[in-house]
Design a protein around this ligand. Structure first.
Ligand code: ADP
Ligand code: MG
Length: 263
């Protein structure tokens, strides 16, 4: 009987592992700066299931961006394993990491990183150029991504003609255009006022409800609460990992906030 239970337990664990979008095992990252070594990640263990919405918090210098760069295949751990959709990518060559990045991951940054002389539509279309897709289909995908973030009416606007919140929505559309399975956002609301930040969170909540796995870095508690799980970093280690019992719906919070004069 005990063996059967133990077996069932084992199977459950296996199923959970296979269902993990992200599994990080004992990851360390040491930066070597001349004579100095900075031990930025000190044994991170994390499992994020498909469809989760996770916020990573922690003070400046605690290792959040270092982890995001590894999760985003922009950097490799000094030691430890990183399974992305079940495949250990920790020590893959850079070229293979780049291919995985383009296919499976979408990124959103604090600074939007849009091309200034390029319209919203063209900015969003850009990542599809690396995929082998026909131009009609590229256009269709870019339009659809902009519709998803509520910018169907702004296709031909340049970044300078858009508000900060709209620019970040363009950046989210750009991150989504190749239909990634995971969206990684590092302080996406860091440059935005509080109402616009909630607007961005309502878009992320909607995308998450549609099945997208989201990992978001923020140092603001009120932003983190919109996620369904909060992981807190300190000194390169996970200090806390907790579920949010009932995240507020950003769309509802938004409805109760005073409107801006101009969108
Ligand atoms: P956070 O995003 O939480 O503010 P980071 O991951 O950026 O933290 O940084 C963690 C630690 O690693 C800090 O001590 C930082 O100074 C150091 N660090 C980050 N990037 C580099 C780098 N490229 N070279 C050397 N040290 C770095
Ligand atoms: Mg950072």
């Amino acid at each position: 009987m005990t063996t059967m239970l133990a077996e069932q337990e084992l199977t459950k664990q296996e199923v959970r592992k296979q269902n993990a979008a992200i599994r990080v095992q004992d990851v360390h990252r040491i930066y070597q700066l001349g004579e100095n070594r900075v031990h930025a990640l000190r044994g991170i263990n994390l499992e994020i299931a498909k469809g989760e919405f996770v916020a990573i918090m922690g003070s400046s210098g605690s290792g959040k961006s270092t982890l995001m760069n590894i999760l985003g295949c922009l950097d490799r751990p000094t030691s430890g394993d990183y399974f992305l959709d079940g495949v250990n990518v920790a020590q893959l060559p850079k070229k293979e990491l780049a291919a995985i990045r383009n296919r499976r991951l979408g990124f959103v940054f604090q600074g939007f990183n849009l091309l200034a002389r390029t319209t919203a539509l063209e900015n969003v279309e850009l990542p599809t150029l690396y995929a082998k897709i026909e131009s009609d289909e590229r256009l269709r995908r870019a339009k659809r991504a902009l519709e998803m973030v509520g910018l169907a009416e702004r296709l031909d606007h340049f970044p300078s003609q858009l508000s900060g919140g709209q620019q970040q929505r363009v950046a989210i559309a750009r991150a989504l255009v190749n239909q990634p399975s995971i969206l990684l956002a590092d302080e996406p609301t860091g440059n935005l006022d509080s109402r616009t930040s909630v607007e961005i969170m309502s878009i992320l909540q909607k995308l998450n409800e549609e099945g997208l796995t989201i990992v978001l870095v923020t140092h603001e508690q009120d932003i983190a609460q919109y996620a369904r799980r909060i992981i807190t970093f300190r000194d390169g280690k996970v200090r806390r990992d907790e579920r949010v019992a009932q995240p507020p719906r950003a769309a509802d919070v938004l409805a109760d906030m005073p409107a801006l004069e101009q969108d």
